[in-house]
Design a protein around this ligand. Structure first.
Ligand SMILES: [Zn+2]
Length: 344
C-alpha cells in the first residue's frame, strides 16, 4: 500500500506493524494515531482536505481488511475440543448451545490465562505447564538457594510427609526448561518458554492473600541477551494485553535466582497516571518480579554463562484478573461460589 502523504504513510507503517502483536486486532481501528489524522482534517487548508481525508479512508479500509483476515485466521486456528458432544463440521449457528450459564462457563482465571498465552505464542514463546508437586532440589537448589539460605523463608509453603513440596512459585520449572531446551542454543535458536502453573503459599488468608494462586513464569536465553531485551519483551506483552501504550520502570530488588533483579512497574492503564483506586492513587502499578538469570542457575542446567545470558520473570495471574475485572477479594476465585462465577 502506498500513500502520497508522508504523515499518513508513517501512521500506516506504524499501525501495520502494531496490528501483528495486538490481541484484539479490531482495536487498531480505534488507534490514537488514526483518530489524530481525522482530527487534523479541519485544520488543513480547504483545498487539501478532500485528498487528505480520502487517503485516511484508504488506510482505514486497508486496516479493516487486515482485521477481517486476522479474525478469519483466528477462527480457523481454534483448538479442537475433543470433548465436544457434536460434530465440529456443523456450522456454529446450528450447534447445540453449551455456553449458557445453565451449563457452566470457563473459570475467569482460565480465560485470562488463555488470553495471556495467546499473546506469548504470537511472540514466539512455547508453553510448559508447571508441576503441582515438586522437590526441594527444583524449588531451591537449582535456583541458587543453597541449604540454609535465609531467602528460603520467603517461600513458606506446604510439604508432604515424604518431603515433597507444593511449589511456592513457577520458578521450580526453570532448571527443567533450561535443561530440556538448551539444544536450541546449539542450533543457534533462543530458549523462549512461558510456564503457567498453580502455586501455593502457607499464608494467613485475607482479601489479598490466598493459599493457592496462578503464576506465569517466562524464561528467555540466547547469546547477548540484556536487560534491554527483558524490558522490551515485557513492555510489548503488557501493551498488547492492555491494548494501549504504557510507560514502564524498574526498581532494584533481590531474588537469589536473578542478578540483577528488578521489580517491574507500569503506568496505570486504568487512569493514565491520574491516580485511581487500582494504583492506590500513585499512577503506577508494581506488576511483577524479573531479572537476568543468575549464572549459577544457567550452570546448574549445563549452560555456559560466559557464552549465554537470559532473563526470567514471574507474574501473578489472579492479580491481573482482579485489576482488570475490579474484583476486591482474591478468595472468590477458589471459593466455588456460583454467584461469583456466573458473572463471567
Ligand atoms: Zn490508576
Amino acid at each position: 500500500m502506498t500513500y502520497s502523504n508522508k504523515k499518513i504513510a508513517d501512521v500506516a507503517a506504524e499501525l501495520e506493524k502494531r496490528i501483528k502483536t495486538l490481541d484484539d486486532k479490531s482495536s487498531i481501528l480505534r488507534a490514537t494515531e488514526l483518530r489524530a489524522l481525522y482530527a487534523e482534517i479541519p485544520t488543513l487548508p480547504e483545498e487539501k482536505r478532500a485528498d487528505f481525508g480520502k487517503e485516511i479512508n484508504v488506510l482505514k479500509d486497508y486496516l479493516q481488511k487486515l482485521v477481517d483476515q486476522a479474525q478469519d485466521e483466528q477462527e480457523a486456528a481454534e483448538p479442537i475440543d475433543v470433548t465436544a458432544p457434536f460434530d465440529r463440521n456443523i456450522p456454529k449457528a446450528e450447534r447445540p448451545r453449551l455456553l449458557s450459564s445453565k451449563f457452566g462457563s470457563k473459570h475467569p482465571l482460565m480465560s485470562e490465562l488463555e488470553r495471556v498465552l495467546a499473546i506469548f505464542y504470537r511472540m514466539g514463546f512455547t508453553a510448559v505447564e508447571s508441576r503441582q508437586l515438586d522437590d526441594d532440589y527444583h524449588m531451591f537448589e537449582t535456583l541458587n538457594f543453597p541449604e540454609g539460605h535465609p531467602a528460603r523463608d520467603d517461600y513458606d509453603t506446604f510439604m508432604t510427609s515424604e518431603g515433597l513440596v507444593a511449589p511456592a512459585h513457577t520458578s521450580t520449572m526453570q532448571n527443567r526448561v533450561l535443561s530440556t531446551y538448551k539444544a536450541n542454543l546449539e542450533k543457534g535458536e533462543a530458549i523462549s518458554v512461558v510456564i503457567p502453573g498453580r502455586v501455593f503459599r502457607n499464608e494467613d488468608l485475607d482479601a489479598r492473600h490466598e493459599h493457592t494462586f496462578y503464576q506465569l513464569e517466562g524464561v528467555y536465553v540466547d547469546e547477548g541477551v540484556t536487560v534491554g531485551n527483558l524490558i522490551a519483551t515485557l513492555k510489548t506483552f503488557l501493551e498488547t494485553y492492555f491494548s494501549q501504550q504504557l510507560e514502564v520502570k524498574t526498581q532494584p530488588y533481590y531474588f537469589p535466582f536473578t542478578e540483577p533483579s528488578f521489580e517491574f512497574a507500569i503506568s496505570c492503564p486504568f487512569c493514565k497516571k491520574q491516580g485511581c483506586s487500582v494504583c492506590s492513587q500513585s499512577g503506577w502499578i508494581e506488576l511483577l518480579g524479573c531479572g537476568l538469570i543468575h549464572p549459577n542457575v544457567l550452570k546448574m542446567a549445563g549452560i555456559d554463562p560466559e557464552k549465554y545470558t537470559g532473563f526470567a520473570w514471574g507474574m501473578g495471574i489472579d492479580r491481573m484478573v482482579m485489576m482488570k475485572q475490579n474484583i476486591e477479594d482474591v478468595r472468590h476465585f477458589e471459593s466455588g461460589k456460583l454467584e461469583f462465577l456466573r458473572q463471567f
